[in-house]
Design a protein around this ligand. Sequence first.
Ligand code: ACO
Length: 312
Amino acid sequence: MKSVGIIGVGAYVPENVVSNLDLETSVATSDQWIRSRTGIEERRIASEEEDTSHMAVIAARRALDDASLHPEDIDLILVATATPDYVFPTVACMVQEALGIRHIPAMDLSAACSGFVYALVTGKQFIETNTYKNVLVVGSEKFSKIVDWSDRNTCVLFGDGAGAVVLSEVSDGKGILSFELGADGTGGKHLFVDNQTNYVAMNGSEVFKFAVRQMPDSCLQVIKKAGLSKEDVDFLVPHQANIRIIDAARQRLGLDKEKVSTTVTKHGNTSAASIPLALFSEIEKGSINDGDIVVIVGFGGGLTWGSVCLKW
Ligand code: ACO
């Protein structure tokens, strides 16, 4: 069977930085509370012109450049998002138009913060079965538009941004070695967008407990499926929601701090964009190198989760 790997990565965050101190002026919170409970120091918040598709297109262009491909080389566009510009047309169709690509298939995929991992695994299937050659997978979110900025329980947690990757056939034992996806609809009530208000509603402690249990469990499963042990893992890119959740997962996997991405400090929780954004930041920093074993893990509303183990 074909090996499928990531051959290009790109990202985009809005310029506008909103610090914890900025939030102190609008809700009853403090920099100290936010840092100690979540690890978040600041987040990027998009302007009116920067909707989800706008950020997705820039991240996609950068991923294509990184892969040394032209838009016309892409055969399928998948966009993971919970905050599309419209119910339809999808963000994926808007990306297709902006990139000026021929009439290839394009669709959005919704699995909240796990959306990017779901999209990655979906794209891999099409390449493995020889249906498509190059698949563009984007995670893009303008979460700020579904956040109640007067609710301190949620507004301090989220940010906006986009990340994108290009999937293609790779060789030398590289690429995605294993994956695991899951969902538990009984937990849907703990994290949802309220139909009346259109704002995120969350039972923080229930989501916290779920994430602390499910993230490491899912990682251990993909490591085992890949025929590896946790000592083989060179780097972990978890969904960036809360540094305490990331730390709990890191400890269960026995990884040193420098082997785990913690971009949540600068970006907050960017939902489906958080993993590709973190991946991009870590590649830029030089934390992920040729031949490394990398584990990617997401969790989110649904409740949903998913992991991928790959050789970089
Ligand atoms: N500033 C100050 N106080 C606050 C704030 C704030 N921003 N937010 C809540 N509080 C108060 C609450 O009112 C409550 O006060 P009370 O005890 O007087 O009622 C208290 O702080 C809550 O404290 P804890 O329960 O100890 O808070 P906890 O340590 O659980 O942290 C948090 C809360 C950060 C929300 C945590 O539960 C968490 O991160 N949960 C996971 C959330 C998450 O990851 N969501 C996204 C999932 S991904 C997706 O699909 C979108």
